[in-house]
Design a protein around this ligand. Structure first.
Ligand code: SF4
Ligand code: SF4
Length: 702
């Protein structure tokens, strides 16, 4: 009886403390902004089953991933037994010494036997794996577990949590073995592994051992559960909701700022009616934790500190200050520091410090290429780039402190509609003197314009969106010219905007200059909607992403096709017959542009075309694991942050390892970077860098 009362009181205390911890977390969640719509339940459930329960992302590191997955699945089974123990304890059956009374769920029969057997096997597997994890963490010193953000107490926390799990398993196994001896023929459930150690339990003390183990196990559960909210192991609770609430949109889509949209619409059209209810915008972007969304917060709580994100970050791999894990941990640590004040005084509470720059520095934020390798790799779907970009927004829009070259880029876009100092009137010069060779005969190619087509009463099926790189950058111009030849050769019904096109605003957005992005986007949308554009083809994966995923938030809804996808379709339709002889001496490798591959899931279209002219030797980092070329996230327009080497150099080394003499790619910026890398390695005589469009043109001999 006394034991029963003690157990009920202990349970109430444990759950009371846990409820208090969670209530603080929920109050903070309520205080923070909504991140995005969380309505698409079906897709979210699918993703949760896949990523959280199926553990698919953690398996990207197969051996250790499988070990973690076994622990996760094992815990799910053990949770069933723990729930049963709790109910048995509340009823008081374990304390009467009669094993026939406890094990409340045994009426489930075979299902029960299966669950208990699974739980028993899991306990042994987890025990062994936790020992292995302890050795990895404390003896093997895995590089991923180190880093400037990993404090001594983080390692102690991880070790403590692992030790708790170890003792949880030891007590569970001990309890199972003692229960078998104590209950004898009345034992319920099957214990395939613990039954092997029953000889270790003296029959006359079996009930005492069982009770000691029972109490140890349940008290450890209570302690562990209450420790978790303050530990890195909180991901045990948070990873499943975090995956459920993660973004379902393409990784490279960046949210729009509604507050900015209202102002930009007024700027573009001062006669537009003022919005009825003006919400007060406290701050543009994120300076401190309260400017973040509740998803940023639960991201930070779900982080396992595994370091997978940092291990694939091109900035970190080249010695820059940025570590995506640190960005997430900075948020959590800053929230821990500020939480009590926020709970007491609300969002207005200030303590003289801020997430930026006191935790996350300027140098870290501007080293990001927005390649999304971190978000792709994170086993619990944490979205690091959105935090980084929100802080860039703060720097740009509130402090006007962006790097000088980024400011110059913005000024150029404002003045000339291009990130470089070129005249808007020259935007269509790329199409001058374009010729195509058919059957050995050269003929001029006139790139059609939308305005001319309209004047002729025609509406072309496709708009060829050239983009700023395709219009002004030397390599980009080559891609545009080659692609225009292909369009002409395949008799595609298309047209360009010519000088009516202006910069897409993609780089402005990645720099945090949302005003400029929206100005550019709204101007382009107005023009394109005026021509009733439905389908767009572009050679630039950055513009592809912006036009496809971000213009729709501002009223531009189009089917956007990357030129590699379009070329694939033309080949499949028999409109392009590639001659593989042209490239028979080439050893080809392919560099995946982040905004095409990881961002929008297109890995196969460029490979399809390359497979028609030769064989691809893949780099060791390819497809979703591909390393960025270093140009994205406005890096192309600024000096790289301090580091050991350039990102493009590292990526070129990946390519050189394959022994290739042709590096194919599908983005004007990637092409520039890879060419720079090849030049840096003094290999420009041996190794060619070419866009898929150029390869197709050469193969067609046009
Ligand atoms: S987006 Fe790329 S560069 Fe930026 S933090 Fe993530 S991995 Fe690093
Ligand atoms: S953010 Fe994700 S990948 Fe990075 S340490 Fe945390 S859990 Fe691991």
């Amino acid at each position: 009886m006394a034991e029963h009362i003690i157990f009920i009181v202990t349970t109430l205390v444990a759950f009371g403390i846990l409820a208090w911890s969670f209530s603080r977390i929920f109050r903070i969640i309520k205080l923070l902004k909504k991140p995005y719509s969380i309505s698409n339940v079906g897709e979210r459930i699918k993703r949760t089953l896949n990523v959280a329960f199926g553990q698919t992302k953690i398996m990207r590191f197969p051996i250790v991933g499988f070990m973690h997955a076994l622990v996760f699945w094992g815990f799910l089974l053990i949770t069933f037994g723990s729930g049963e123990m709790l109910i048995d304890g509340l009823i008081g059956t374990p304390f009467d010494g009669n094993p026939a009374n406890d094990r409340i769920f045994s009426f489930l029969g075979a299902v029960y036997d299966f669950l208990i057997a699974g739980s028993d096997i899991s306990a042994w597997i987890i025990l062994i794996l936790v020992i292995a994890f302890l050795i990895r963490r404390n003896i093997m010193h895995i590089k991923r577990f180190t880093g400037k953000e990993m404090r001594h107490r983080d390692h102690k926390d991880a070790t403590l949590a692992l030790l708790m799990i170890l003792f949880l398993m030891v007590s569970l196994i001990g309890m199972n073995a003692a229960y078998i001896v104590h209950a004898g023929s009345q034992a319920k459930g099957i214990f395939p592994l613990s039954s092997l150690i029953t000889d270790w339990i003296p029959a006359n003390s079996a009930h005492s051992v069982e009770l000691i183990m029972w109490w140890s196990h349940i008290l450890l559960i209570f302690i562990f559960a209450n420790y978790l909210p303050y530990s890195k192991h909180f991901h045990v609770f948070m990873s499943i909701p975090n995956v459920y609430f993660s973004r379902t949109e393409p990784l490279t889509k960046m949210n729009e700022m509604e507050s900015v949209t209202k102002e930009v619409k007024l700027m573009l059209n001062p006669d537009a009616p003022m919005p009825e209810e003006e919400e007060e915008v406290a701050r543009f972007g994120m300076k401190d934790v309260e400017d973040g969304t509740w998803k940023n917060y639960i991201d930070s709580l779900a982080c396992t500190q595994c370091g997978r994100c940092t291990s694939v970050c091109p900035a970190n791999q080249t010695g820059k200050a940025l570590s995506p894990r640190k960005v997430v941990l900075d948020y959590r640590r800053r929230m821990e520091e500020k939480m009590s004040g926020l709970l007491k005084e609300g969002k207005t509470y200030q303590d003289g410090k801020a997430l930026y720059p006191d935790y996350t520095s300027y140098e870290e934020l501007w080293a990001c290429t927005t390649c999304n390798a971190c978000a792709q790799e994170c086993p619990v779907n944490i979205d690091h780039p959105s935090m980084i970009l929100e802080m860039r927004r703060y720097i740009f829009l509130e402090e006007s402190k962006a790097p000088a070259l980024i400011n110059a880029m913005s000024t150029n876009i404002e003045n000339n509609g291009a990130p470089w100092k070129y005249s808007a009137a020259d935007r269509f010069n790329w199409a001058d003197n374009l010729k195509i060779t058919i059957n050995g005969e050269e003929k001029p190619v006139k790139v059609p314009l939308m305005a001319d087509k309209l004047a002729e009463g025609k509406k072309p099926e496709y708009l060829f969106w050239v983009g700023s790189a395709g219009s002004y950058d030397e390599g980009g111009i080559e891609i545009s010219r080659n692609f225009a030849k292909i369009l002409d050769f395949a008799k595609v019904d298309y047209a360009c905007l010519g000088t009516e096109e202006t910069d897409s605003g993609d780089n402005a957005k990645r720099a945090g200059n949302e005003f400029l992005f929206q100005m550019q986007a709204l101007m382009n949308i107005e023009i394109m909607n005026g021509y009733e554009v439905k389908k767009i083809i572009t050679c630039d994966p950055h513009d592809f992403n912006t036009l496809k995923n971000e213009y729709c938030d501002l009223g531009g809804n189009y089917e956007v096709i990357h030129h590699t996808q379009f070329i694939q379709k033309l080949i499949e339709d028999g409109k392009l017959n590639l001659n593989s002889e042209v490239f028979k001496d080439k050893k080809i490798t392919y560099h995946d542009p982040c905004y095409l591959g990881r961002g929008n899931g297109e890995y196969e279209a460029p490979r399809f075309t390359l497979s028609k002219i030769g064989e691809i030797t893949e780099m060791h980092r390819n497809k979703s694991r591909s390393l960025c070329c270093g140009a994205g996230g406005t890096q192309m327009f600024k000096e790289a942050e301090k580091g050991d080497k350039e990102v493009y150099e590292l990526r070129t080394e990946d390519a050189l390892e394959t022994g290739c003499n042709l590096i194919a790619t599908a983005c004007p910026m990637c092409m520039t970077m890879m060419k720079d890398g090849v030049k840096m390695k003094n290999k420009e005589q041996e190794i060619e860098v070419a866009d898929i469009a150029e390869i197709v043109v050469k193969s067609l001999g046009i």
